[in-house]
Design a protein. Structure first.
Lengths: 675, 544
């Protein structure tokens, strides 16, 4: 037997999916261990091995590859448990990362203290050199200034060095020389240069991304080394891959170089699963709706593709790498319901987390969470899979005490929490779709994660979305998704702007990027695909839009500029309803993605559990009513009428009145949403 | 039976997401740099009676001005129809200053106006004697640009092309103007669609009740905060440097009476109106006071009409805070707005010292016009770099380079790499300005230090518009003032020349170096109480 393993380290649980060469799938969950995530990974692997009836050493010996999603970089940035960094930067410009282009969040909070700078000013050291906007040298590099700066960083014993020089996006020579000297003088430090991390114009974004890479570099590097060592000790001889923020996977070595590229590694698995299910024929455009314990991740999948955004902020760091365009809401099953200071009911962003967890976990939580409300309303069974028993009385006490301050009884309070969290989720879906110019009603909601099943039908109804799909094993879907995604290297080069599109440098940039991408994946045995695009805008605009260029680049040089401009006009019109064909078109960044596709793992949900006798349960839907409870993937039941409850070991789904459900033989639940 | 509290909470979340969605559409579709880069626009939802019900966080100085603009439109057009679009900018008909053009779309239920969807955007040009809307030489509003009293831009739901062409013919960049206008109307109509859907879902009666409950909740929240301040009558004064026409040390005087959960701000003792463009319009004065009040509440207070019910404003026409019809007012959203805010906060710092904050920066803009030798095209460049510092507060030190009271960290200056590739400018230095922060238990934020070389082949021309070269941002509760602005230029072969805050037609020969030292923020609290470790850190960081 050959195995492939997906490992998803979430905020609360570490999930494992094992797929065997005969198509069987085994899942396991163990608590996440935030201090060293590799502990939880190894514990979960032991559980998975025993569930598959194997010794771990034997299992890992037969394992071809492991794909890993980790929240280590995200957590380090959010909690600022990062490495000490020295920044070497152009003389006269050492405050770029701290100026944040003049912006401060939260406009009406004038008493908000500024965050500690990503790098203290005394460690932002001037390098005497200056390039001009066309890459030519205005002030030659003074190695004496480099030596003086490195003396200071040596004395300070920094663990990482970021090299960030103005205009290095179009001429990396100075940065390369500085970085080489830093590596020579500080051999144990993690050294990273902006022209290597994000070679594109706009210094704040490039510098901040590079500094963030330095901040998490030593941590991710050490973590992946440790995990690989532990896997090898346990008998694993294959490659370890890491899923990156752009949704593709990279070798552990590449993830150790571009560590900040793992910032969305966690939620990326869910998007990958959505893409894999699209390929498996789930049909139509999808909105992934991954509702976990502390947060909910929402992303759009159109024409079988995920959208990329030009980055986001994580903690205090702006990270401008292309990443999956995932909207994250600070609300999930563990979110706490409380009154804000104006006396209005609010749900989240504060969460009960894994410890103490919701009141019904019986671990001392006294404040009501979304999960407590769902239990009070009868949606959740007191006895869940895995032997977990919920404390109904504790949930009722927590909800009642909130109800007293609202002047509502327990049922109305619980129903209010449920409704309010549904409204927030619907707003999140609206942000992910409508705000990006997309009508959610033309999409299906693909719901997964521990908490999604009880809310998704109401969320869909509020938005007029007619179809919801819930895959079997919805609660570990992200780990499964990691097994079904591609190897991917994303590259970018800025072009000198204005004065039309220059063909020769553009072709040279694409050729260079393609060669670099192929070189980074040279160890991969399968075929590689290359796709090319550009970020473009009108001369006066500020926001670029991505334009796919693979077709255009087939054209002759003579007509290439017009073909590229036409592609841009068409894209602009599609997005914003108009094009300005008499205007200058500017090509800012050329982008290239090199992908290698692994053999598909199939959808292999081949072991639906035996149907369980359907028993009724009393739930509150406006009033207390008795509804049937069905077993998930009970084949042969192809017309479920809401209201009803559908349960598996790890997932509970609520169908409301007028919803209809049926099980697809491939193992997913199709819901047609009532009004 | 009182309205279900959950409906109220859902509605409030929904309205906030509507204004945010409108703002995002505006940001991405607007054509001029002042909107899509510097984000100088605001979005509001106002109800039929003219009450602010939701506002997106863009430019704080717009917060309290929108209801006055809506009332002016409603007074001029008592019976709006579905599909109508209204415009105004006139400071003497509900507007703030001429560059701020505002678009209004009514949301109707059986001929009754239930809501107004409102978009205000600062135009890159509004006609008048100088490019870019700021004319320090103006002594009457007709020299400042095109005045638009409330007008209906549509007929039977379609834009009146003749009227739009008339507006566009009166500004310097008609194509850009039309592009921005289309973006404004698009965003306002988006708000209309979203509100119409909410109305259909909840029904008019429930919605009315829910809006009342939402505003009442914000009022309770605000009053609970105000009630915790000391009662009394407090006075605060803030000074403008000058009006550019001979008047100096122009005083804004706030007499603030705090009793129970109410606050009355009386500005009647402020100086008489002046000749230059630092006078305020009525709506802008109301907005500046509301902004100061909002800054003293908690950031999570919903910014709607309810939150401002504890506040009353008394002022007198003919003063610098409320100019008589015809006076120039273009600088007022910066100055004297910032001085009105400062005077109110100085006064109330005695009642709620823990909430008061040191002064934020003053605005000093420069616009350079010339020929780009690389493209042979004319260019106009507006200075947004070298942002002044924010004020310190009991919450901590001020933000370095976060800007002025009126924007409070909402203005973006953009990339130097992009600027150098687009304009014949070379940024020799752009860093924080050490020693510029006002001292205090919590110091102000530092201003900026910018050295900029002009790389044209022929002389360029520049205008300035601003204040704060003599009076720095005010220290609060014993804190020191921030350093004032100090801008100079040095042309090759000529000496260093000081730039005044209100000049037109400055000639800048090629290779001129502009040296901008922008003001620091005011400190908060007695400097003797500053943590020695914080003081040592400032020294070590090279900011002292």
């Amino acid at each position: 037997m050959r195995w492939t393993i997906g490992i998803d380290v979430g905020g609360t649980f570490t999930d494992i999916v094992l797929t065997a060469s005969d198509g069987t799938v085994t899942v396991a969950k163990a608590p996440t261990t935030p201090q060293d995530q590799s502990d939880g990974v190894m514990a979960a692997l032991h559980l998975a091995a025993s569930a598959a009836g194997r010794d771990l050493r034997a299992l890992l010996g037969e394992t071809g590859r492991i794909v890993h999603g980790t929240t280590a970089a995200t957590n380090a940035l959010l909690e600022r448990k990062t490495a000490s960094v020295g920044l070497l930067t152009t003389e006269g410009h050492r405050d770029v990362i701290d100026m944040r282009e003049g912006l401060k969040p939260d406009r009406y909070n004038l008493r908000m203290p500024p965050p500690a700078p990503l790098v203290p000013r005394r460690l932002r050291l001037p390098i005497r050199e200056r390039l001009r906007a066309d890459g030519s040298v205005d002030v030659p590099l003074d190695m004496g200034s480099v030596a003086r700066a490195l003396d200071i960083l040596t004395a300070e014993q920094v663990r990482a060095v970021a090299v960030c020089l103005l205009h290095a996006w179009c001429n990396p020579e100075h940065e390369r020389a500085v970085a080489a000297e830093a590596r020579r003088r500080l051999p144990d430090a993690f050294v990273t240069a902006s022209s290597d991390v994000l070679p594109q114009i706009k210094e704040f974004e490039r510098f901040s991304t590079t500094v963030a890479n330095a901040m998490v570099g030593p941590i991710i590097h050490a973590y992946l080394e440790r995990l690989q060592a532990r896997l090898r000790e346990s008998g694993f001889a294959g490659p370890l891959f890491v899923i990156m923020s752009h949704g593709g996977v990279a070798s552990a070595a590449e993830a150790s170089r571009l560590t900040v590229g793992t910032a969305l590694s966690g939620p990326a698995g869910g998007v990958a699963a959505g893409l894999a299910l699209s390929r498996a024929g789930i049909g139509g455009d999808l909105i992934t709706f991954d509702m976990g314990g502390t947060s909910t991740d929402i992303a759009l999948l159109r024409d079988g593709r995920a959208m990329l955004s030009a980055g986001r902020s994580i903690g205090d760091a702006r990270i401008a790498l292309p990443m999956l365009d995932i909207v994250t809401l600070g609300a999930g099953g563990g979110s706490i319901a409380q009154l804000d200071r104006s006396g209005l009911l609010q749900v989240g962003p504060e969460s009960a987390g894994a410890d103490p967890g919701p009141a019904c976990y019986g671990r001392g939580g006294a404040r009501p969470t979304v999960t407590d409300a769902n239990l009070c309303l009868g949606y959740l069974a007191v006895s869940l899979g895995g032997g977990l028993r919920l404390d109904l009385a504790a949930a009722e006490r927590a909800v009642e005490s909130l109800g007293q301050s609202l002047g509502l009884d327990r049922d109305a309070t619980a129903a209010g929490i449920h409704r309010l969290v549904n409204a927030r989720m619907a707003d999140g879906v609206r942000v992910a779709s409508v705000r990006r110019g997309v009508d959610p009603r033309r999409h299906a909601l693909l719901a997964f994660g521990g908490a999604a099943g009880l809310h998704v039908s109401a969320v869909a109804a509020e938005l007029g979305i007619p179809r919801v799909v819930i895959p079997f094993h919805a609660s570990v879907l992200s780990a499964w998704g990691m097994l079904n995604t591609d190897l991917r290297v994303e590259l970018t080069r800025s072009q000198v702007q204005g004065g039309g599109i220059a063909v020769a440098p553009l072709r040279a940039a694409f050729a260079e990027m393609e060669a670099e991408g192929r070189a980074r994946l040279r160890w991969f045995e399968g075929p590689l695909e290359v796709s090319r695009s550009a970020d473009m805008r009108y001369g006066e605009q500020v926001f670029e839009i991505p334009v796919p260029l693979d077709d255009c680049l087939e054209r002759d040089d003579a007509i290439l500029p017009d073909a590229i401009a036409d592609a841009f006009h068409a894209r602009h019109e599609a997005l914003y309803t108009y094009a300005l064909r008499d205007q200058d078109v500017v090509l800012v960044n050329a982008r290239c993605a090199v992908t290698g596709r692994f053999q598909s793992m199939g959808t292999g949900w081949s072991q639906p559990p035996a149907p369980m006798a359907s028993r009724g349960r009393r739930i509150h839907l406006g009033a207390w009513i008795e509804v049937p409870v069905h077993r998930f993937a009970a084949l042969g039941v192809d017309d479920l009428a809401g209201p009803c409850i559908i349960e598996s070991e790890t997932t509970t789904v609520l169908l409301r009145a007028h919803d209809r459900g049926r099980f697809d033989p491939r193992g997913w639940l199709e819901i047609s949403v009532g009004p | 039976m009182p309205i279900d509290p959950v409906t109220v909470a859902v509605l409030q979340n929904r309205l906030v997401s509507v204004v945010e969605e409108m703002g995002e559409a505006m940001l991405r579709t607007a054509y001029s740099q002042i909107l899509n880069s510097s984000r100088d626009f605001s979005i509001a939802l106002v109800d039929g009676p003219g009450r602010l019900i939701a506002q997106a966080d863009h430019i704080p100085v717009h917060v309290g001005a929108m209801p006055w603009a809506v009332r002016a439109v409603a007074a001029a057009f008592p019976t709006p129809a579905a599909g109508d679009v209204y415009l105004l900018n006139d400071p003497y008909h509900g507007g703030s200053h001429l560059p701020d053009l505002t678009a209004f779309v009514p949301v109707l239920v059986s001929a009754r106006t239930v809501f107004w969807s409102v978009v205000r955007a600062h135009q890159s040009d509004i006609g008048g004697a100088t490019h870019g809307g700021y004319n320090p030489a103006a002594t009457e509003i007709w020299q400042e640009g095109l005045r638009v009293p409330p007008i209906r831009l549509t007929e039977n739901g379609a834009i009146r092309e003749d009227l739009a062409a008339m507006l566009a013919a009166n500004v310097r960049h008609p194509r850009e103007f039309r592009g921005d206008l289309a973006a404004m109307i698009g965003a306002a109509r988006l708000g209309e669609q979203r509100l119409t859907a909410i109305l259909a879902e909840l029904g008019e009666a429930v919605l009315d009740e829910a809006v009342d409950a939402m505003l009442d909740a914000a009022e309770r929240h605000a009053r609970a905060i105000v009630a915790s301040w000391d009662d009394g009558v407090f006075e605060g004064v803030a000074l403008l440097d000058d009006d550019g026409h001979g008047a100096t040390d122009i005083a804004i005087r706030a007499r603030v009476t705090k009793r129970g959960s109410s606050v009355e701000v009386d500005l009647t003792a402020s100086d008489a109106q002046v000749r230059g463009f630092v006078n305020s319009s009525h709506a802008n004065m109301q907005s500046a006071v509301a902004m100061a009040f909002a800054f003293l509440l908690d950031p999570d207070v919903a910014r709607n009409e309810g939150a401002f019910r504890p506040l009353t404003v008394v002022a007198r026409p003919g003063t610098v805070v409320w100019a008589e019809v015809g006076a120039p007012v273009t600088l007022c959203t910066s100055h004297c707005s910032n001085e009105i805010v400062e005077a109110v906060i100085v006064a109330l710092s005695a009642a709620c010292p823990q909430r008061a904050m040191g002064g934020w920066g003053r605005r000093f803009r420069i616009a350079i016009e010339g020929e780009n030798p690389r493209t042979r095209r004319r260019f106009i460049w507006h200075l947004f770099q070298a942002r002044p510092g924010g004020g310190g507060s009991a919450g901590g030190d001020g933000w370095n380079g976060a800007g002025e009271w009126h924007s409070a960290g909402g203005i973006k200056f953009g990339s130097i790499e992009v600027t150098e590739s687009r304009f014949p400018l070379f940024f020799e230095r752009h860093e924080f300005r050490p020693g510029s922060a006002g001292d205090g238990q919590f110091r102000g934020g530092t201003g900026g230090d910018l050295s900029l070389r002009l790389e044209t082949e022929r002389p360029a021309r520049a205008n300035t518009a601003g204040d704060g070269a003599r009076h720095g941002a005010r220290g609060m509760c014993g804190g020191g003032d921030g350093a004032p602005h100090h801008y100079t230029m040095a042309a090759p072969g000529a000496g260093v020349r000081l730039l005044r805050t209100k000049e037109t037609g400055i000639v800048m020969p090629p290779a001129t170096v502009l040296h901008v030292l922008s003001g620091g923020g005011g400190g908060w609290g007695d400097p003797a109480r500053r943590d020695p470790a914080a003081r040592a850190a400032d020294a070590e960081e090279g900011l002292a």
